[in-house]
Design a protein around this ligand. Structure first.
Ligand code: DOR
Ligand code: ZN
Ligand code: ZN
Length: 381
């Protein structure tokens, strides 16, 4: 077959170390097949699935289920992250060595109530000692309470229960300090505030083995989305303000934030229509990261080489897999995209089972034309 790549960029394919594919237990939102379809449509050939499934990925058999089912589907590399604590309850550590042997690439209780500092410290030490790492959804429930939207003008104007940024900032600081003192790695999930960026800057300067990710939605959208999209704008951590976005963009440019991860979080339409308090947080992301990152290239925050690094080689390095390569003798694992083609986000173009995103109806620039995995075309526009 002849591939028409006129005006296109041929890139190592993308790696997303933070997705929620809801399998097992909530496959009405997404499953490993539809998740894989969304991934390759977004130019991704490796994804790491979060363990907040039902049941939680806290047993080797469940971790193996993800690996095996992903291979059977065969569209991309589907890897599991295992739970840090049994049932993600924040108390008893899982058997990390066995989970790692079963295929877990790291450990996280993402989305769960916050873990006490001593549990996190033990987890950091154990995961680090077996050559793995923990990743934390940094949010202190004592401060966030029953908050729904970022604390600011918008939450005040709409009367939404506020989520103060310090709920994130204090927890990022705690984890950075634990990492500094133990010398063990921690990965900060979905950084969303300007103060968290400063804390991570400090931790890295002190030599703590801290890495950090940022989502496309936190780089691109503010809490003003609540005005038009109501709970479709509800995500955890919440969409913040212009100053935060600006800080996140420069931090991604400078390397303080290491790479992009989508936190692809599908939820059913009826769930996103619930009252503010009951609506689950999250938005889908796999098909939007390329155009959002290219927008930052056009706005001169960084160049196309950094864009490819943050979407592909840096996250690959973090989970210890070979970066996708483009060379003779290696089975093609690459993404061909047109950086200038504009397209509209519609429910029809979304491959995920769920359509929960405030981006519907918007025009984005930059389109994936082909994705190759294992030497074969797994997505064609
Ligand atoms: O917005 C979010 N959605 N944040 C989380 O931490 C969990 C995730 C989910 O599972 O839906
Ligand atoms: Zn999270
Ligand atoms: Zn998540």
């Amino acid at each position: 077959e002849i591939i028409d790549a006129t005006n296109c960029i041929v890139s190592p394919s993308f790696v997303d170390i933070h997705v929620h594919f809801r399998d097992p237990g909530q496959t009405y939102k997404e499953d490993l097949y539809t998740g894989s379809l969304s991934a390759v449509a977004g130019g991704y050939t490796t994804v790491v699935c979060m363990p907040n499934t039902i049941p939680a990925l806290d047993e080797p058999s469940l971790v193996r289920y993800i690996v095996e089912k992903g291979e059977e589907i065969g569209l991309c590399r589907v890897l599991p992250a295992a739970a840090i604590t049994k049932g993600r309850e924040g108390k008893k550590l899982t058997e990390m060595s066995l989970l790692k042997e079963a295929g877990a690439v790291y450990f996280t209780d993402d989305g769960a109530p916050v873990m006490d500092a001593h549990v996190m410290r033990k987890a950091m030490e154990f995961a680090g000692s077996i050559g793995s790492f923990v990743a934390d959804h940094c949010e202190d429930l004592n401060l966030s309470q029953d908050g729904v939207a970022h604390e600011g003008e918008i939450s005040a104007a709409l009367g939404l229960p506020p989520l103060p940024p310090e709920a994130e900032d204090t927890m990022v600081a705690r984890d950075c300090v634990l990492s500094l003192h133990t010398g063990m790695p921690v990965h900060i999930c979905h950084v969303s505030t300007k103060v968290a960026v400063e804390v991570i800057t400090w931790a890295k300067a002190m030599g703590a083995p801290v890495t950090a990710e940022v989502t496309p939605h936190h780089l691109y959208l503010t809490d003003e989305e609540w005005l038009d999209f109501d709970c479709k704008a509800k995500v955890s951590p919440p969409l913040r303000e212009h100053e935060d976005i600006e800080a996140l963009r420069w931090a991604l440019a400078s390397g303080i934030i290491d790479f992009v991860a989508t936190d692809h979080a599908p939820h059913a339409h009826q769930e996103k229509m619930l009252e503010h308090q009951h609506c689950p947080p999250g938005m889908i992301g796999l098909q939007f990261s390329l155009p959002i990152i290219l927008e930052l290239v056009r706005k001169d925050y960084f160049d196309i080489f950094r864009a490819i690094e943050v979407l592909s080689t840096k996250p690959a390095e973090r989970i210890g897999i070979d970066p996708p390569q483009i060379k003779e003798g290696v089975k093609a694992e690459l993404t061909v995209f047109d950086p200038t083609e504009s397209w509209e986000v519609t429910e029809e173009v979304i491959k995920s089972k769920s359509k929960n995103t405030p981006l519907i109806g918007r025009k984005l620039i930059g389109k994936v034309k082909y994705t190759f995995y294992n030497g074969k075309i797994v997505f064609k526009d």
